[in-house]
Ligand binder design. Structure first.
Ligand SMILES: [Zn+2]
Length: 457
């Protein structure tokens, strides 16, 4: 019937649930008898089974594809399978994430570049992608020459580095690029924002001298830790070491692997070693973050690379005036921004903190008579750069609150009735506590703008 593994007897299944059933022909031949195939899940105890079923239910409730549709964040359509469209509210969310990202990277002395989406095949031959990654790359012909749509940002960054001479004083040179990349994935493997064919990598390539490995890695780990901690993610770290058939000298590999280890140890961070699982050109550190359901996602990576500087003959001039080869660090924090948005959507079940929420406040009018005051409140919030909407429909207030809270998941509902208009106040209902508090309009503007500015979680 199937290759197994099999149980010798079903008595071992203490707690189980049938999850589905279907018809199947004996030996997969339609002339044979139809059998019934059942599938299910089993655990040692009822508690474990209950916990698992609860997790499935919760994951279903938090599915980013459904929440994304309800909140108007993004869409996917048959005309572009695996190439997501971002809708106005999804773009607001993406921009809020990138604004935070840019602030941190500017502070850490990164500079930002933008490189072309389409570059000549010869470039991808030099980088090694044409040999190792061709099947996942889209290509086209321009002026009888093959060009490729970039699956990674590195070769573009390398061309920027190589476009001018560098001195040891320029290093570390941190070139950031939130670059759009395209990678072919089988249609059946596509899944919401988690598995797509086009995404934005929050990439950066850092060019360093050998003796800068440790300090630079420490800096990047700090940055990634800061971001994950901000979102309330726990995470674990994996260090992948030299694989068989790798390129480069023993000396390079030892320096690189020690550099990564030293950095993690000096930070007192625990890590798991994945022996022989590094890339063929260098060792790497992967960050696996854990969401509110306990599921883990590989997001951040830091990769040391001796090979690409070699392939492109990158150089800098050292203190003695001699030519030296820099080392390259490839690193991402969010990983894919689109995928990170999918993870955040499920992590928060769409209830984004105020600074990320596409709509931060929604003014709800109790009756038409308060329309003038309602607009005053709306304008005051707009002037304070709050992402605010106003609901003027002739609906019952309970209905409008429900929609704002459950469908749009707006953090603050600003309820305006005759009493508020007379007193110059607003009644603020919090999405998260369900409580309603009355305060002056100025007090509310101060409160919400402070939460946005400090990116309160
Ligand atoms: Zn790279």
């Amino acid at each position: 019937m199937c290759v197994g593994p099999h149980l010798t007897y079903t008595k071992a299944l203490k707690a189980f649930k049938i999850m589905g059933q279907s018809g199947a022909y004996w030996k997969n031949d339609k002339d044979n008898k139809m059998l019934t195939r059942i599938n299910g899940t089993a655990f040692k105890t009822q508690e474990e089974l209950d916990a698992y079923l609860k997790l499935l239910e919760e994951a279903e409730r938090r599915d980013h594809r459904r929440i994304g549709r309800e909140m108007g964040l993004f869409m996917l359509c048959d005309e572009a399978p695996g190439f997501p469209f971002f809708l106005p509210k999804g773009v607001l969310l993406k921009n809020a994430l990138m604004e935070y990202w840019r602030e941190l990277h500017t502070r850490e002395n990164y500079v930002e570049i933008q490189t072309p989406l389409i570059m000549s095949r010869t470039l991808w031959e030099t980088s090694g992608h044409w040999d190792h990654y061709k099947d996942n790359m889209y290509s086209t012909t321009i002026d009888d020459e093959t060009f490729c749509v970039k699956p990674m940002n590195c070769p573009g960054s390398v061309l920027v580095y190589r476009s001018q001479p560098h001195s040891y004083r320029d290093l570390p040179l941190r070139l950031a690029e939130p670059g759009i990349v395209h990678r072919h994935e089988l249609r059946g493997a596509l899944h919401g924002l988690f598995r797509v064919r086009c995404f934005t990598q929050d990439d950066a390539h850092i060019y360093i001298r050998r003796e800068q490995i440790r300090d630079e890695i420490v800096g990047v780990v700090h940055l990634i830790n800061e971001v994950y901690t901000k979102f309330g993610f726990k995470y674990f770290i994996e260090l992948s070491t030299r694989p068989e058939n790798s390129m480069g000298s023993d000396e390079d590999w030892e320096a690189a692997t020690d550099g990564l280890k030293n950095a993690l140890e000096s930070l007192g961070l625990p890590y798991i070693i994945n022996e022989g699982d590094g890339a063929f050109y260098g060792p790497k550190i992967d960050f696996h973050l854990e969401d509110s359901l306990g599921r883990t996602w590989q997001c951040g990576t830091i990769q040391l690379d001796f090979q690409m500087p070699q392939n492109f003959e990158l150089e800098y001039i050292d203190e003695k005036g001699e030519r030296q080869r820099p080392i390259m660090i490839h690193r991402v924090v969010y990983g894919s921004i689109e995928r990170f948005i999918g993870i955040l959507t499920e992590h928060f079940a769409g209830k984004f903190p105020v600074w990320l929420a596409p709509t931060q406040a929604k003014v709800l009018l109790v009756s038409e008579k308060c329309s003038e005051y309602g607009h005053k409140v709306y304008e005051a919030l707009r002037q304070a750069k709050v992402r605010v909407e106003i609901d003027e429909r002739n609906e019952k207030i309970g209905y409008m609150i429900r929609e704002a809270q459950v469908v749009d998941r707006v953090p603050y509902m600003v309820i305006v009735g005759q009493k508020e208009a007379d007193e110059g106040t607003v009644s603020i209902r919090s999405r998260d506590t369900g409580e309603t508090v009355t305060m002056t309009l100025d007090e509310f503007v101060a409160k919400i703008t402070d939460e946005i500015k400090t990116r309160k979680m």
